[in-house]
Design a protein around this ligand. Structure first.
Ligand code: GTP
Length: 459
């Protein structure tokens, strides 16, 4: 039996994504927003209790804590420096445990400055770690910590970075640390001019301390959302980020589907990561999702239902990718989740066709792995999510380095990150930035080098 996962959400983005994530998981396990589980009701059974059984064979307790009065509450700690997002989440989802929240008393955010978030983290280290420890202590067999945050703001990026360091000291190699990272849209970058600094500082911690990081970016997510609006003639999601966050939540939920609805394959994070992450130097993953119209609940009458074969191939198309792809992609590993799939024949056909289409790096086995995920209680038609390790990360990070260089070459806005304004302090900070940049370039080089047959020999 796999162990539990504790989730940490930091900043506006981390908490808003988290909100959609818990909505998704709760629906999949027939848990209401106030934490009550109703899997035995006739309605839910006929709606697709897995394998037509009238008893649940799923494991919500790996992600939800079951309280003494039989309510389910997310195994999650929510942190923000301003209260509005967390308040909205707790008002709309009473199942959230109010004791698992940390909101700054000043309540004015980190002003998009990584250093403010990081310094806050170190100042309130005991409070934050006690909160996380308390949640971890409720687990019988804690397996995995996961962090949701944006790379570019002050709170999610700064506190997130601080926690990655602190949790590494505390839980180190004993537990997995998976992170889910959101890059801003390129338009957003011009609003907050120091975003490349925040990004560089955060990436350094992810390189050093995460076991795997799934990267999303708002440009690609908006592209996917635009496609939905165009294909279905439906309205855009009413509130900002709602559409993208639902897509992210669906992708995140799919990753743990075989853990929560156990089967014989990929039923633990270790098995999933051993398929996707061949070496700790290649651990930045991408996601793709289809058919998007059904996932975000838009009208899909104009689309034909897709089978397993169609979906495996559809997911190879760059337009369904949830991170920026600007050059042909070489794959290192690929795992496709088909939720609610029934036809092994169509899956086999899809795998053979996909293997003939996809370019893998020359030293891997060129296998397209497919998980036939169990249909959760809420699932409608077949949906697919592809998680892959591929070369698009190199071009994404190269763009970050270029944006960073434009600022750092002139030392622009560096005083936002210094404790005093004297020359020695500025030099110290520039040196820290240079170290971060070197680590990020190391990842870019690794993703470029791994495209050669000699990659393993050159180690
Ligand atoms: P401060 O605002 O400085 O306290 O930090 P923060 O971590 O709360 O900032 P935020 O999470 O807003 O991160 C900044 C970037 O994240 C923004 O520029 C947006 O591009 C993006 N972002 C914010 N909220 C969301 C969200 O709900 N979903 C997605 N996909 N992106 C978001």
């Amino acid at each position: 039996m796999p162990g539990e996962t504790v989730t940490i959400q930091a900043g506006q983005c981390g908490n808003q994504v988290g909100f959609q994530y818990w909505n998704q998981l709760a629906q999949e396990h027939a848990i209401s927003i106030d934490g009550e589980r109703s899997v035995f009701s006739t309605q839910n059974v006929s709606n697709g209790a897995p394998n037509g059984q009238d008893k649940p064979n799923d494991h919500p307790e790996l992600f939800f804590h079951q309280t003494s009065n039989n309510r389910y509450t997310p195994r999650s700690v929510m942190i923000d420096l301003e209260p509005s997002v967390i308040t909205k989440c707790t008002n709309s989802m009473p199942m959230i445990n109010p004791r698992n929240l940390h909101v700054s008393e000043q309540g004015n955010g980190a002003g998009n400055n990584w250093l403010n978030g990081y310094s806050y983290g170190s100042q309130y280290e005991d409070d934050l770690l006690n909160l996380i420890d308390r949640e971890c202590d409720k687990c019988d067999n804690l397996n995995n910590l996961q962090l949701f945050h944006s790379v570019a703001g002050g709170t999610g990026a700064g506190i997130g970075s601080f926690l990655l360091e602190a949790l590494n000291d505390r839980y180190g190699s004993k537990k997995l640390m998976n992170t889910f990272l959101i890059f801003p849209s390129s338009e957003g970058t011009s609003d907050v001019v120091v975003q490349p600094y925040n990004t560089m500082l955060t990436l350094k911690r992810l390189i050093d301390f995460s076991d795997a990081t799934v990267v999303f970016d708002n440009d690609a997510l908006t592209g996917v959302e635009n496609m939905i609006v165009k294909n279905t003639g439906s309205d855009r999601a009413t509130s900002a980020f709602q559409g993208p966050n639902k897509l992210i939540a669906m992708a995140l939920a799919s990753i743990s589907n075989p853990i929560r609805f156990p089967g014989y394959m990929y039923s633990s994070y270790e098995l999933i990561l051993s398929t996707l992450v061949p070496t700790p130097d290649l651990k930045f993953l991408s996601a793709a999702i289809a058919p998007v119209s059904e996932i975000v609940g838009h009208n899909s009458t104009r689309l034909h239902a897709m089978n397993e074969y169609d979906l495996i191939l559809e997911l190879l198309d760059d337009k369904y990718k949830m991170n920026r792809v600007s050059e042909p992609v070489n794959y290192i590993a690929m795992l496709t989740y088909l939720i609610g799939s029934e036809s092994q024949h169509e899956i086999r056909k899809g795998i053979i066709k996909a293997q003939s289409r996809v370019q893998f790096v020359p030293w891997t086995s060129s296998s397209v792995h497919v998980v036939s995920g169990h249909k959760p209680y809420s699932a409608g038609s077949l949906t697919g999510v592809q998680i892959s390790n591929n070369s698009s990360i190199a071009s994404m990070f190269t763009k970050v380095v270029k944006q960073f260089d434009r600022l750092a070459q002139r030392g622009a806005y560096i005083n936002n990150y210094t404790e005093s304004n004297d020359a020695a302090e500025r030099a110290r900070v520039l040196e820290i930035f240079a170290e971060c940049k070197e680590s990020v370039i190391g990842v870019i080089d690794e993703y470029r080098a791994c495209q050669d047959l000699s990659y393993l020999d050159d180690a």
